[in-house]
Unconditional design. Structure first.
Length: 125
C-alpha cells in the first residue's frame, strides 16, 4: 500500500509539472500570435505607405510635368553646334600650373577667367 501511495504522488507531481509546462507553452504561443498579428498590421501599413510614395513619385517624375516646370523655372535653350567643343579646346583652357589651380580654387574671379578662356577657345574653332 505504501508503494502505491508513493507512485500516486509521483504521477500527481508529473501531471502537475506537465500541466504547468502546457500552460506556459500555451501562453507563449498566444504571445507570439499577438506579436505576429501586430507585425502583420505594421507590414500592411508600410505597404500602403510604399504604394502612396510610388504614386507620388510617378506624379512628381512625370515627363510632362517636369518639362512644364523646366520651361517655367529654367531659362534653357537648345544646344547649338557653336557650344560643342573638342578635347583640344578643353585642354587649352585647363590650368597649366599648380599655382593656377590653387588660384582657381581660392578665387571665383580666377575660375571665371578659366571659363572665359574655355569659351574663347570654343569660339576660335
Amino acid at each position: 500500500m505504501r508503494v502505491m501511495r508513493s507512485t500516486n504522488w509521483l504521477w500527481i507531481m508529473l501531471l502537475l509539472g506537465a500541466s504547468a509546462l502546457l500552460y506556459h507553452t500555451s501562453y507563449q504561443v498566444q504571445e507570439l500570435q499577438h506579436r505576429i498579428s501586430k507585425i502583420e498590421v505594421e507590414r500592411a501599413a508600410e505597404l500602403e505607405n510604399i504604394r502612396v510614395l510610388e504614386a507620388e513619385w510617378a506624379y512628381l517624375a512625370a515627363p510632362e510635368r517636369l518639362q512644364r516646370l523646366a520651361a517655367k523655372y529654367l531659362p534653357l535653350k537648345p544646344v547649338t553646334t557653336a557650344q560643342i567643343i573638342g578635347p583640344q579646346a578643353i585642354e587649352a583652357a585647363l590650368p597649366r600650373h599648380e599655382t593656377e589651380i590653387a588660384d582657381a580654387a581660392s578665387s571665383p574671379a580666377s575660375a571665371l577667367s578659366s571659363g572665359k578662356r574655355l569659351l574663347a577657345a570654343a569660339g576660335d574653332r
